[in-house]
Design a binder for this molecule. Structure first.
Ligand code: NAD
Ligand code: USQ
Length: 384
């Protein structure tokens, strides 16, 4: 099967492209490399030194004998997109290629507009390309658990059956996104659902939780294949940030009371979930939604776990509660379903002390690369 990984130079996409290539899929990566540009703009760098994409792919080929094709360009450029698709002729299109940071989208009007234009228009271009020339391909689109927000009822997988004034229907689950980035994902979902209904396209929306970890079997094969690991206040995500903060002796940055509960998964499960979706495609006209996570944690409880794991390694870890730069509930009900991927055979890697050990050791190894001035959050959701 031929799989095009859009956003394959990024954190989830790189690990996924190598994993699928290793499993015998014919893989190509399409990426504009804009994420490397955004890092430069913000003056931040991944903890781990990542090589240029061409060097990474050459090393992969030298090590495994497997070739991954490369298309460098922007999916907002329809001409480039359709030409790449014509050349590669994918059976599945895995779409990771978006601006994915909530704080980045909240910097100012320009960054909100950039995020929504980049994400919504890029995704819409893919839908039109599929309608025009690849109607049988399967779109596997990365959505986010943050589309749902934190409702005071159980979160279903994409749809909910509602009885209202004596009538009953199954409808898209209500959305309450928490940033202009998360809003872009909601808009994408609506557009994909509509395209499946009117054009009979097949699509799976993977509503992924916060990803943690850095090593997969493939990215660990060679230093040149190393994955990115963001720790800064804009692109770094909660658990990855906490482990790096612990390694350098910075107090853990819990926002507010820390009662915010989110869905999490190990990057080794991200790559497997994508494969499960590809290997079991949606039907023509079907818009499937899978909640892609393995465990739920509050950010406060994660900080405590990192503190304990750090102590076992001889690190003295302190936990700070900062004024929350975001507008979000800090104490709330959160119970989300995630049975669709488990039913397809996902065997989760659960967060264990050994994972924290390996992340902490990784962070310690590269701690000389940490720019401490980039750790505290600088972007606020609040009206000045
Ligand atoms: P990332 O920033 O590391 O990678 C995204 C990649 O997409 C980058 O290489 C970037 O250059 C590319 N890209 C962006 N816009 C593009 C465009 N218009 N054309 C071509 N390429 C483009 O992000 P990530 O952490 O790997 O996230 C990948 C996807 O997974 C995103 O859609 C994100 O919303 C989703 N997701 C990520 C997480 C997480 O914790 N990292 C959790 C849930 C969902
Ligand atoms: N948080 C802290 N301290 C930190 C960083 C974050 O307490 O140092 C808190 C935030 O306030 C929030 C929670 O941790 O309540 C998650 O924040 P995050 O930055 O780890 O994740 P988020 O902004 O939601 O975005 C990340 C990815 C995004 C993906 C999303 C999945 O960047 O691409 O869509 O996770 S989810 O959260 O399920 O929507």
């Amino acid at each position: 099967m031929k799989v095009l990984v859009i956003g394959g130079d990024g954190y989830c996409g790189w690990a996924t492209a190598l994993y699928l290539s290793n499993r015998g899929y014919e893989v190509a990566i399409l990426d504009s490399l804009v994420r490397r540009h955004w890092d430069l703009e913000l003056c931040v760098e991944t903890l781990t030194p990542i090589a240029p994409i061409q060097q990474r792919l050459q090393r992969w080929q030298d090590l495994t004998g497997k070739k991954i094709d490369l298309f460098i360009g922007d999916i907002n450029n329809y001409d480039f997109l359709i030409k790449s698709l014509r050349q590669f002729q994918p059976d599945s299109i895995v779409h990771f290629g978006e601006q994915r940071s909530a704080p980045f989208s909240m910097i100012d009007r320009e960054h909100a507009v950039l995020t929504q234009t980049n994400n919504v228009v890029g995704n819409l271009n893919i839908l039109y390309a599929m309608k025009d020339e690849f109607p049988d391909a399967h779109l596997v689109k990365l959505g986010t658990m943050g589309e749902y927000g934190t409702p005071n009822i159980d979160i279903e997988e994409g749809y909910i059956t509602i009885e209202h004034n004596g009538r009953k229907d199954t409808l898209p689950y209500p959305k309450m996104p928490g940033s202009y980035y998360h809003c872009s994902k909601v808009h994408d979902s609506t557009n994909i659902h509509f395209a499946c209904r009117i054009w009979g396209l097949r699509a799976t929306d993977l509503n992924q939780g916060v990803v943690y970890g850095v090593l997969t079997d493939e990215t660990g094969m060679d230093e040149l294949l190393i994955n990115r690991l963001d720790y800064d206040g804009v692109f770094g995500t909660a658990l990855n940030r906490f482990c790096i903060q612990a390694a350098i002796g910075h107090p853990l940055t819990v926002y507010g009371s820390g009662g915010q509960t989110r869905a999490f998964l190990d990057i080794r499960d991200t790559v497997r979930c994508v494969e499960l979706a590809i290997a079991n495609p949606a039907q023509a006209g079907e818009f499937r939604v899978f909640n892609q996570f393995t465990e739920l944690f509050s950010v406060g409880s994660l900080a405590e776990k990192v503190k304990e794991a750090g102590a076992a390694l001889g690190l003295k870890v302190e936990v700070d509660h900062l004024d929350n730069p975001r507008v979000e509930k800090e104490e709330h009900y959160f119970n989300a379903k995630n049975t669709n991927l488990l039913d397809l055979g996902l065997q989760p890697h659960l967060l264990s002390d050994s994972l924290l050990d390996s992340l902490l050791n990784f962070a310690t190894k590269y701690q000389h690369r940490v720019d401490k001035s980039q750790i505290l959050p600088k972007v606020s959701w609040h009206r000045k």
